[in-house]
Write a protein that binds this ligand. Structure first.
Ligand code: 5RP
Length: 221
């Protein structure tokens, strides 16, 4: 057992028959999907809406019924991971590169729960580099603007040195900030940069957090 597994398994308790469930992305969500698939095998009925191709593939492999976001009216509950969570339930997401679809699924959801291990809880956001998703056509322009603002962008790359591509075929710049003094001011600024498609600040975008510990115990925020 590890903290991610404890949180992922616990989240399955939140799912009831007939729900439309948003399925997040990442290694913590992996454990949630694995446990959810067991329930589906035992007869639980649900419709999953995935936030990434990675999650689509896992859900398919494990027999979790899926629909694309455009084929559902709304989502009852989304379970997703996070890279950092502050005491007021703001967070950084996008370490796995799925921030755009994760945010679109989150805003379509009536209720949202994050599953994290205890290392993800922080007093102040920003030690984890903040991902921003950008249009490849103008990435260098955006990069320059962010550099001039002192936001220390670094292009995310793959092992072979080529740019990491999101499911929507955008690039990611990771902002190395150390601390974010005013998350909503930064979010507002990033929201208004043309070509910057989305950022990983998820402010007021979860209703609750399940924190898992390596000994298997759980805390709720
Ligand atoms: C992907 C995400 C993930 O939820 C976040 O990176 C946490 O991942 P993990 O559970 O693997 O630590 O936002 O874009």
């Amino acid at each position: 057992m590890n903290g991610k597994q404890a949180a992922g398994i616990q989240a399955v308790q939140e799912i009831s028959d007939g729900m439309v469930v948003g399925l997040g992305t990442g290694t913590t969500v992996y454990y949630f999907l694995e446990a959810l698939a067991e329930k589906v095998k035992l007869g639980l009925k649900l419709t999953g809406v995935a936030t990434s191709q990675q999650t689509v593939e896992l859900a398919r492999k494990w027999g979790i019924p899926m629909k694309p976001l455009n084929s559902v009216q709304s989502i009852d509950l989304t379970i997703d991971g996070a890279d950092e969570v502050s005491p007021d339930l703001d967070g950084i997401k996008g370490g796995g590169g799925a921030l755009l679809y994760e945010k679109l699924v989150a805003v379509a959801s009536k209720k949202r729960i994050w599953i994290v291990d205890a290392r993800k809880t922080v007093k102040q956001l920003g030690a984890f580099p903040l991902p921003v998703e950008v249009i490849p056509f103008s990435w260098k322009q955006i990069n320059r603007k962010l550099e001039n603002r002192g936001l220390h962008p670094v292009l995310r790359t793959q092992k072979d040195g080529s740019p990491f591509l999101t499911d929507a075929r955008h690039y990611i710049l990771d902002l190395h900030l150390n601390t974010i003094e005013n998350p909503s001011a930064l979010a507002n600024e990033l929201d208004h940069l043309p070509g910057l498609v989305e950022h990983g600040l998820f402010l007021g975008m979860t209703d609750s957090v399940i924190i898992g510990y390596p000994d298997g115990h759980i805390e709720r925020l």
